[in-house]
Design a protein around this ligand. Structure first.
Ligand SMILES: *Cc1c(COP(=O)(O)O)cnc(C)c1O
Length: 360
């Protein structure tokens, strides 16, 4: 099947903009007349430094990151940040964690090794089907930060508001970065693994308030010290050069496409196509409660394993691939990141309607 006939709904690594892949392919063997690929370049070369600076500058411009915050381009995935956040910012103190899914749960467990963790909310008893209301959050006086995960990739729930807290916020935005405006003045730190909305796997973007760095636990590995990474401009060692190059192309694409506001509008339109089907359906059961729905990951099932499997196989036969849900939730999950064309979501919505007509 040709690429143009496939829509990839994978949760991450996930679909990339077609024009970005074409540009990368065109530049693959000979980047800007250098006679070599970006993959082959020294990370200390002028050509790579230019790519690196452009990626950072475009990210800062698109997301309006203030000068008070540094942008780091790191390795280790979002998961390494579970520990890095706690080693650097918790460092023996207390922090509040909202557990609204698997990743925030693992972040809280990891943080317990490095300080005192208070669980501000935990939605596990209802299968992480919702985001708490502000008044449900149990907040600790003197907490160093309040931690949450903006979009729960596995369960398909997303915070619709920014929590009001006295302590600064720390947020895992791995699966909804670059899809909405963020007021960084409220945040101690934001991080995101690249493989959902930004670039291939292997890169993590960390935006950290500079004045909070430099207070890490003494045994913090140098590679996990925000202070060391700020001082070396993320080049304490070889950075993930190819991923950073791909990030710069994706950021250019976001900019040309109208920036994060346009990305947000598109995300609303794409997800509405699927939620409209779910709201009318007598077959499909949505996982997330209505007021907690994610614009990025739409989760649903028929309530019957065999029928779910039939749906997933039928979708794949039409080129609508990777709609199988996460193993912990079962059912289906359609991930609708920035690079998913509206047409892909429309085709999936059509298939859902047809499948329902055949099975109800
Ligand atoms: C995918 C994901 C992670 C884990 O990312 P890795 O890069 O695999 O470590 C963490 N948090 C969220 C919200 C995710 O979507």
């Amino acid at each position: 099947m040709e690429r143009k006939n496939v829509y990839n709904f994978a949760a991450g690594p996930s679909t990339m903009p077609q024009s970005v892949l074409e540009k990368a392919a065109a530049e693959l063997l000979n980047y800007h007349g250098s006679g070599m690929s970006v993959m082959e370049m020294s990370h200390r070369s002028a050509a790579f430094q230019e790519i690196f600076d452009k990626a950072k500058n475009t990210f800062r411009e698109l997301m309006k990151v203030p000068d008070s915050h540094e942008i780091l381009l790191l390795q280790g995935g979002a998961t390494l940040q579970f520990a890095a956040v706690a080693m650097n910012l918790l460092a023996g103190g207390e922090a509040d964690y909202a557990v609204t899914g698997r990743f925030s749960g693992r972040a809280a467990e990891e943080a317990k090794k490095y300080g005192t963790v208070h669980i501000a909310f935990d939605s596990s008893s209802t299968g992480h089907d919702r985001i708490p209301k502000q008044e449900e959050l149990r907040l600790t006086d003197g907490a160093k930060y309040f931690y949450y995960c903006a979009n729960n990739t596995i369960y398909g729930t997303e915070w619709q508001y920014v929590p009001e807290t006295v302590s600064p916020l720390v947020c895992d935005m791995s699966s909804d970065i670059l899809t909405r405006r963020v007021d960084f003045s409220r945040y101690a730190l934001v991080y995101a693994g690249a493989q959902k909305n930004m670039a291939p796997a292997g890169l993590t973007v960390v935006i950290v308030r500079k004045d909070l760095a430099g207070h890490e636990l003494p045994f913090t590995p140098e590679m996990m010290s925000y202070d060391a990474m700020i001082r070396s401009d993320s080049m304490l060692n070889t950075p993930p050069c190819w991923c950073i190059y791909m990030l710069s192309l994706v950021l250019d694409w976001v900019k040309e496409s109208g920036g994060v506001e346009a990305m947000h509008e598109r995300a609303l339109a794409r997800s509405a196509l699927l939620y409209d089907v779910l709201d009318e359906s007598r077959l499909f059961i949505p996982h997330a409660q209505k007021d907690s729905r994610s614009l990025m990951n739409v989760t649903f099932s028929t309530g019957r394993k065999e029928l779910d499997a039939e749906f997933v196989a039928g979708a794949a036969a039409r080129g609508l691939v990777s709609v199988k849900g996460h193993k912990s939730t079962g059912g289906m999950r359609a991930s609708l990141y920035n690079a998913m064309p509206l047409e892909g979501a429309a085709k999936l919505a059509d298939y859902m309607r047809e499948f329902e007509a055949e099975h109800v």
